[in-house]
Design a protein around this ligand. Sequence first.
Ligand code: CU
Length: 186
Amino acid sequence: MMTAGYAGLLTLLAAILIALLTLYLTRLSQPRLDAKETSPTVYRIRSRYFVVLLVLLALSLVLTLPHAPYVSTRTATPELAVDVTGRMWSWDLEAARPNDHLARSARGELVLPAGRPVVFNVTGADVNHGFGLYDESGHVVAQTQAMPGYINHLYHTFKRPGIYRILCLEYCGLGHHVMSAAIEVR
Ligand SMILES: [Cu+2]
C-alpha cells in the first residue's frame, strides 16, 4: 500500500515538473525561423543524432527482447489446461481436458500443482473482464483479458504452493469488486 502511495506521489511530482518545464519552454520560444535561416550545422548535428539514436534503439531492442516474459512462458509446453470464463460477476474455472484429473479443495477451489506449466484458456461470457492472478503477497503473477467471443491463452507455471487469488482487472459493472475466485497450488 505504501509503495502504491509513493508511486502516486512520484507520478504527481513528475507531472507537475513536466507542466512547469513546458510552461518555461513555451515562454522561451521565439517566432519560427525560415528554413533558409536555420544553420546547416543544426541539420548536420540532427541527422547524426538520428543515426546514433537509431543504432542505440536497435541495439537495446536486440539485447532486451529475448528477456520479455512472453517468450519464456510460451516455450514451456503446457501440461495442464484450464478453461476460464469471466461473467458478471464471477469466475468459472474447470479442467479443459477431463484426463488432467484436476482436484477441488474442500472450499471448492481448483487445485493445481506447482512447477508444472499450465495454460489458461480465458474468455468472457458477457462483457470484457480482466483475468488477474495474484500470489499470496498480493502481487500479480499473470494476467490477460477475458473477452466475449475470443479465447486468450495465458501460459503460467506456479513456482510456489499457496492460495492464488483471481480478481477482475477491468471494471465491468456494479459487482466488479466482488468478482473473485481462488486457485490452490500444492
Ligand atoms: Cu470486472
